[in-house]
Design a protein around this ligand. Sequence first.
Ligand SMILES: [Zn+2]
Length: 75
Amino acid sequence: MCGMKLYLDFEPCQECKTMMKELSSAEILYADDKIRADESAKFLRHLTYNHSEVVKAVMNDLPKQKRNQEYDWFR
Ligand SMILES: [Zn+2]
């Protein structure tokens, strides 16, 4: 659950909400790594284009966390 605090300063748009719901759905959580990576990348791309301030905040926060968990923050 690390990183959820990031959302305190983040106003997700409808698309975000849909993708976050998908990402936390059992369908994705129990999917294989490739599918999960694809879904994560899709969401990350959306954030990059539509909510760059969030990505900046995440990047600033990342070094404090374990590197291999860098995709865990939006779960
Ligand atoms: Zn969005």
